[in-house]
Design a protein around this ligand. Structure first.
Ligand code: ADP
Ligand code: MG
Length: 819
């Protein structure tokens, strides 16, 4: 801004000296100011200054109509603006407003302004004038404690009240803004309750305005008040009526509630929209400038991002849509960037700080194993196995996420890796989320090994095979449910190094379990384990290689966010001959026909799953509901079939027993609670019937569906939906059409948002307010910038990264669990 502000300053100071009587210039200050503003506005290039400038409304100033007090305040603000402008000029455009001379917000009649003395941006909001303890308590409930928190308390959306209309132009049904005179306002009965009714007019006509349930407003709108109204216009008796519009007096110098993009804040009980908007306006005007921009300016420019103070203020009170978008982009980038720096830092700590245990992958055992399989590995399995082996040979520990559809054959690949660990003289662990799954993995792994070697010992939960390694290869199952003495025995064997591969549940990460030489940990169905469990297993070994597997196809964006510390492998191909599972969603009226269908399949010797309605209260209630459903089905619906029941509350032996009978064909129908969604493999099962399907996410339904279609016979998935909402219908339509899990996951994410993607127990998903995980490009940008930064300054020690390091520490400290 290369303008001489000196003449203007002189005039304003003169006006102050003369006692604010609008006598400093002939023709009035307004005319002068408007002319001056019109001339200089072009030359202001600094966005901060420009934003100040707009806020002061110099181009359409209305000094003449202000009270003396207001004049005084406003002039002070304009003078402060001039010094700020000069200051910036002196600094050659370096944006740093002096802390004390920031431009305060414009005057509002009767408003107390907020104090700055002694406060900092990290002061409690109670230090803000106008914030009472009770108001502060309400904000605290929303997680807002400091002024900084308040600046980051963003509106969830904006109403566009920026289009001003004349009364004659008003159209029914649209959100519109007018500026008018109040002719008359009075308390009246509206819909049986007291409200306010007013007639307002401008040069083009009059319009009626009603506010329901708000009789107090009448008093605030004496005749001849100039008022701005924003809201929806309805039609009553052929005439336009404003219905409960937002309102604001014209004397309020800058519009907050009307005539612009108006922020809508997330509110809890007791916070009033107008109150919050007013407070936010004051705080943003006064404090946003003090938010230090922690992004290195070179990065900011490269990525085309606006400066932080501007982003914060425009996120609240944007000048227009473009400014709002620019602000969101910047703030969303910050969140993703800080997140990526954090996960990359974690990866760095794990992989670089301590050496791992490099394996030799050139073991003849591997060849023998793959040749022994009753099938050829798919190309994708081969590729992923190569990726794993390459990791295992490195001196730094593997940290890899393996994604693959249900039935894509992850277990075989994991077993091969565990075998390599054993061949190198190390122990491997395989952790599953449920006992049923752990048991099944144990059975599968044993079966695979029995094709390679000879079983030489078979005790409870323990098998040994000779002819594979130089010593007998021993596999154990460790779950919570086995008897104490046996558990201790197995723990003892693990500690002594007598067990090569241990398969189990959470029982594996209990403190009693000490490994002899754990160096590969495989975690199945990762999304059910939190980061904490993952690292607990990591702690069990000397920096072991970690492989986490999931059949929940996680969209790439989410994978980069949640598991950004892991490398990604994908088995994107199913073994040949897998069929399309015919999927149909049904209304309750069609339940009987679903039962008939199931009966016919059973008559042909096929088997079926019935998933009980979802009960969220507790596992116990869910189990009880499942028992009732099982009894009803056995007695009233399928008296001629053999039914079994399985739920989370049953002792493991019983579950095992039921599973065994189902697998061996002694049962026709397995009634189950939703807990057993994962991993169960029964090729003869061809029918999956899911109750209350509308209450599950797409990915979960896809998991259920994956239980069938594992054999040669055509399989079917029937989804019963009690009372699906519109969005549920959309989901159900999608799963009918789409077989591909990844595509479904993307759709699920789009429909439900990341918060619900994993159900209620999301594993450490950080708090993203501005960023959307559907924003792939921005996420990739943040990640590549984070990697770039990491390459030059991994510990953020360079002076230009000082603020960034501080911000990183602050954010990651707040996010406790995921750090
Ligand atoms: P996932 O754990 O990925 O859901 P599994 O490893 O349990 O899948 O494999 C599902 C079924 O497919 C198992 O019965 C397994 O033996 C079989 N299988 C695995 N890989 C192949 C393959 N390449 N060809 C044929 N069948 C396979
Ligand atoms: Mg599996």
């Amino acid at each position: 801004m290369s303008i001489n502000v000196e003449p203007l300053r002189k005039i304003l100071e003169l006006e102050c000296e003369k006692g604010y009587i609008d006598s400093a210039v002939i023709g009035g200050l307004d005319k002068f100011l408007r002319r001056w503003a019109g001339q200089v506005i072009e030359s202001i290039t600094n966005p901060q200054l420009l934003s100040h400038f707009h806020r002061l409304r110099l181009v359409d100033s209305d000094y003449a109509s202000l009270t003396e007090q207001q004049r005084k305040q406003w002039l002070n603000e304009v003078l402060a603006f001039l010094s700020a402008a000069e200051h910036m000029e002196a600094e050659k455009g370096e944006v740093e407003l002096p802390k004390e001379s920031i431009v305060p917000s414009p005057p509002v009649a009767g408003r107390r302004s907020l104090g700055v003395g002694g406060q900092s941006i990290d002061s409690s909001i109670t230090t803000l004038r106008g914030v009472s303890t009770s108001l502060a308590a309400k904000f605290n409930r929303l997680g807002v404690k400091t002024i900084r928190d308040l600046l980051y308390f963003f509106p969830h959306r904006h109403l566009d009240y920026s289009q001003r209309k004349y009364i004659s132009q008003l159209a029914e049904g649209e959100e519109q803004t007018i500026i008018a005179n109040v002719w008359q306002a009075q308390v009246t009965m509206l819909g049986g309750r007291r409200g306010t009714e007013a007639i307002v007019g401008d040069e083009t006509g009059n319009v009626r305005v009603v506010w329901f349930n708000n009789p107090y407003l009448a008093k605030k709108l004496p005749t001849n008040t100039r008022i701005v109204l924003s809201g929806r216009v309805g039609l009553f008796g052929g005439r336009h009526v404003f219905e409960s519009p937002e309102w604001e007096l014209v004397e309020d110098r800058e519009l907050i509630h009307t005539g612009r993009l108006v922020p809508l804040y997330p509110l809890t009980q007791g916070l009033r929209p107008r109150q919050v908007r007013k407070l936010m306006k004051q705080v943003v005007d006064q404090w946003a400038w003090q938010a230090e921009d922690f992004l290195p300016s070179e990065l900011r420019q490269r990525c085309n991002l606006v400066e932080l103070p501007q982003a914060i203020s425009q996120a609240h009170y944007p000048e227009d849509e473009a400014a709002k978008d620019g602000a969101r982009l910047r703030l969303a980038f910050d969140e993703l960037f800080i997140l990526q720096l954090g996960v990359l830092g974690r990866k760095h700590d794990w992989q670089e700080s301590q050496p791992g245990n490099p394996f030799s992958a050139k073991t003849p055992v591997l060849d023998v194993f793959t040749k022994s399989l009753p099938f050829e590995l798919t190309a994708a399995q081969h590729r992923v196995l190569e990726e794993l082996l390459a990791d295992l040979e490195k001196p730094r520990p593997m940290s890899r996420l393996l994604q693959g559809e249900v039935g894509s054959g992850k277990t075989v690949v994991a077993t091969a890796a565990l075998l390599v660990a054993a061949a190198n003289g190390y122990q491997g662990a395989f952790m599953a989320p449920t006992e049923i799954l752990a048991e099944q993995h144990f059975a599968n792994v044993c079966q695979l090994l029995s094709r390679v070697g000879h079983q030489v010992a078979a005790e409870d939960n323990l098998r040994s095979y000779s002819g594979i390694l130089s010593h007998p290869l021993t596999v154990a199952l460790l779950i919570g449910d086995i008897n104490q003495a046996r558990k201790q025995e197995i723990q003892h064997l693990i500690t002594g190094g007598d067990i090569d591969i241990v398969i189990g549940t959470h029982a594996l990460i209990q403190k009693e379990v000490e490994f002899h030489r754990l160096s590969l940990a495989v975690v199945d169905e990762q999304h059910r384990f939190g980061v904490a469990q993952r690292s607990a297993l990591r702690q069990k070994g000397f920096n072991p290689h970690v492989l986490v597997m999931t059949a929940t196809p996680i969209p790439r964006t989410l994978a980069l966010t949640l598991y950004g510390d892991l490398d990604l492998s994908v088995i994107d191909e199913l073994p040949p001959g897998r069929q399309v599972i015919k999927t149909k969603w049904l209304k309750p009226a069609q339940r009987d026909s679903a039962y008939r269908f199931l009966r016919r399949q059973a008559a042909e010797g096929r088997q079926a799953f019935i998933i009980c309605p979802l009960v969220e209260e507790s596992e116990a209630i869910e189990a009880k509901a499942a028992v009732a459903e099982y009894q009803r089905l056995s007695r009233d619906v399928f008296p001629e079939l053999r039914l079994g029941l399985i739920h989370g509350r049953m002792p493991a032996v019983e579950k095992d027993e039921v599973m065994h009978r189902f697998r061996s064909g002694e049962l026709d129908v397995l009634v189950s609670t939703p807990v057993v969604e994962v991993g169960i493999d029964v090729p003869n099962a061809t029918v999956m019937l899911v109750e209350s399907a509308d209450r599950f996410g797409l990915s979960q339904l896809h998991q259920f569906r994956g239980r069938v279609g594992r054999g040669q016979e055509q399989s079917y998935c029937m989804l019963l939906a009690e009372n699906p909402s519109e969005i549920s219908r959309e989901r159900l339509d999608l799963i009918e059409k789409i077989q591909d899990g990844f595509q479904l996951a993307e759709e699920d994410l789009r429909l439900r948002g990341p918060g619900e993607f994993f159900g209620t127990r999301q594993s450490g998903l950080p708090d993203l307010r501005m960023a959307k995980l559907s924003d792939v490009a921005l996420l990739e940008l943040a990640r590549s910038e984070a990697i770039r930064l990491f390459e030059t300054d991994p510990n953020l020690e360079m002076p230009e990264h000082h603020l960034l390091a501080k911000e990183l520490a602050q954010v990651w400290q707040k996010g406790g669990e995921w750090s």
